[in-house]
Design a protein around this ligand. Structure first.
Ligand code: NI
Length: 147
């Protein structure tokens, strides 16, 4: 396991679209482990692979109930709305209010290649949406609502 450098601010890789993972090999497993290490080291609640310069569709999240790792995640259902303040490890100087669904259901693969479905409300719904946005080159500052 290793801590990787988090790309920040105007780094162009943050605006690129990540590619789906075709094969879960040792490098992918190593990458996931490094992402988890890097997220905890930075005291974050989530991290997407592009944030460490890797354009692969992988996110890790821990909103306080243990780590969730998702390969090729996609939102398959969403309901309601909530607005709360967000920040991002890649935008250390910025915060702002963002509207998100109050509930999301996300499908992805775990490191064994098995399909997993995660349902999230409150902060977990926010984190799932925020991290999946990263895979599409979207940052929370694109969605800030003026109060
Ligand atoms: Ni972020």
């Amino acid at each position: 396991m290793a801590i990787r450098n988090i790309r920040i601010d105007d780094d162009p890789i943050l605006r690129k679209v990540a590619r789906p993972v075709e094969k879960i090999n040792d490098r992918v497993i190593q990458l996931i482990d490094d992402m988890i290490d890097t997220m905890y080291h930075a005291n974050g609640v989530g991290l997407a692979a592009p944030q460490i310069g890797i354009l692969k569709s992988i996110v890790v999240i821990d909103v306080g109930y243990g780590v969730i790792e998702l390969i090729n995640p996609e939102i398959i259902e969403q309901k309601g709305s909530q607005t709360d303040i967000e920040g991002c490890l890649s935008l250390p100087e910025r915060t702002g209010n963002v509207e998100r669904p109050s509930y999301v259901k996300v499908k992805g693969l775990n490191r064994e290649g098995k399909e997993v479905v995660i349902e999230g409300e409150e902060l977990l719904a926010v984190a799932l949406c925020h991290e999946i946005d990263h895979l599409n080159g979207v940052l929370f500052i694109d969605k800030i609502i003026e109060e």
